[in-house]
Design a protein around this ligand. Structure first.
Ligand code: NAD
Ligand code: G6P
Ligand code: MN
Length: 440
């Protein structure tokens, strides 16, 4: 069986320990020869890297492992790049969330004005990353999770239109599938989803079981009766539990399909903005919670020299999905995942050059996506408005255009008012000096 060489970009990410654990768990079905962690922040990555050494000493002795800040070491002879970087770190995420909230609109990592700001920062570093990888490993698969995935996918598709080995993926559909599994008391790996939309902006239209029964109506009924919680509810912060609870409202208002949780920001922009605390946002929750926990636990494990009994290395949907996606490509397993790809008729009444999120089989030649035909007027209207926002955001980046940026923010459902959009844009420009291209 072939053994693969992989690099994790953003080795210091809070998600890396879970991913490393998934690699250990799946070493029989996706065996590795060499693993490198790469980050631009040596100090941050070192903590996770030292934890990894302890973990692999116990669970992956045959693995050739190192962590580095040297691109030459990181990107040479690589088969798969797992990319999860955050340009500007949590300090800038906090600004993305708090600046819009100070104007009374949604402040969120990937949605609305916050997602716009983060997108404008991510594009430059992601283009650089693809160029760096292609210099040393022209044939490597680049599996990207870096957010905001919709904006990153659109920008990379424009910059590298012929590169068929860059795949952008989000784990939220998998989180939802696992949560439906918990709700129904069934194995989510047996579900066959039908899904359409944009990233963090989509719907499950059907969810078939092995007998061909559609479980969407059953799930809707249970959500209406008992509400909805994430599969890993016991490990989730309050804001995520609130988010899952809102699915009940969304299913009541728009009962056709099961919504992606991120639609709450677009369906209920005023209600959600009022519920968010402008002085303590998700970034604060993460910095005080996940980030602290992960780094404390990794430091502890490298001190005691064993990862046995540690809680940082629990199973998690994110890590499992990244490894399973790579495995499906490497060994041509053709399993179904929900991925981001160019539309070209998949959603028949949406423009061809949209980067849409749909179900696809994943094999050695990449995704073979499933089309969904024509969608209804409400969904088309929602999607096209959001798509226009995404396209204009990427235009604003490449053209350095203030006007396109203002158009983008005005079209975003979380903002709408152009005078407000201008004020928010000006504040974001000030906060993002050095990260964004100059907008004229
Ligand atoms: P984090 O800040 O803890 O980790 C990001 C790491 O990337 C940091 O260690 C940072 O130093 C590093 N980094 C920044 N710029 C870099 C560059 N140019 N090259 C290499 N490394 C760089 O953030 P996190 O919360 O762990 O999230 C990491 C990323 O994964 C974010 O973009 C997040 O939105 C994304 N994410 C996406 C999904 C999804 O569904 N697609 C799921 C989870 C996380
Ligand atoms: C979901 C989304 C990701 C997001 C992640 C973590 O899985 O799909 O895109 O990055 O949640 O969000 P958090 O707020 O916990 O950092
Ligand atoms: Mn996502």
């Amino acid at each position: 069986m072939k053994r693969y060489n992989i690099v994790i970009v953003g080795g210091g990410s809070t998600w890396t320990p879970g991913l490393l654990q998934s690699l250990c768990k799946k070493k029989e079905s996706f065996p590795l020869a060499r693993l490198v962690m790469y980050d631009i922040n040596a100090e941050r990555q070192q903590v996770i890297g030292e934890f990894a050494k302890v973990l692999f000493k116990e669970k992956y002795t045959e693995l050739d492992f190192e962590y580095t800040t040297d691109k030459e070491v990181a990107f040479k002879d690589v088969d798969f790049v797992f990319c999860q970087m955050r340009t500007g770190g949590y300090a800038m995420r906090e600004k993305d969330e708090k600046i819009p909230l100070s104007f009374g609109v949604i402040g969120q990592e990937t949605c609305g004005a916050g997602g716009f700001a983060y997108g404008m920062r991510s594009i430059r570093d992601m283009i650089q990353l693809v160029n760096d990888v292609r210099e040393l490993s022209p044939e490597a698969w680049i599996l990207n999770y870096t957010n905001p995935a919709a904006i990153v996918a659109e920008a990379l598709n424009r910059q590298f239109p012929n590169d068929k080995k860059v795949l952008n993926i989000c784990d939220q559909p998998v989180n939802l599938l696992r949560s439906y599994g918990r709700l129904l008391g069934r194995d989510p790996y047996e579900f066959e989803p039908v899904y359409f939309g944009l990233n963090h902006f989509g719907w499950f239209t059907h969810l078939f079981d092995k007998e061909g029964k559609d479980l969407v109506p059953v799930i809707k009924d249970i959500v209406n009766e008992r509400g909805f919680i994430p599969v890993d509810a016991e490990q989730r912060d309050k804001s995520w539990l609130d988010t899952y609870a809102t699915v009940k409202d969304m299913v009541t208002d728009f009962p056709d399909y099961l919504p992606n949780t991120y639609l709450q920001y677009y369906y209920y922009p005023e209600y959600k903005a009022k519920k968010l605390d402008p002085n303590f946002t998700r970034a604060n929750e993460v910095m005080n919670g996940r980030e602290k926990r992960v780094f404390e636990e990794c430091r502890h494990i490298s001190e005691v020299g064993t990862a046995e009994g540690s809680s940082v290395v629990h199973n998690d949907a994110h890590g499992d999905m990244i490894v399973e996606v790579a495995e499906s490509i490497a060994f041509n397993r053709n399993r179904i995942y929900i991925i981001i790809t160019e539309n070209n008729g998949l959603v028949a009444n949406i423009q061809d050059d949209a980067m849409v999120e749909v179900a696809a089989t994943l094999g050695i030649n990449g995704p073979r996506p499933f089309g969904v035909g024509k969608i209804g007027t409400f969904y088309k209207g929602m999607m096209e408005q959001q798509l226009a926002y995404e396209k204009l955001t990427v235009d604003a980046y490449f053209e350095g255009s203030y006007n396109k940026a203002l158009q983008a923010l005005t079209l975003n459902r979380t903002i709408v008012d152009a005078k407000k959009a201008r004020k928010i844009l000006d504040a974001l420009i000030e906060a993002n000096k050095g990260y964004w291209p100059e907008l004229k």
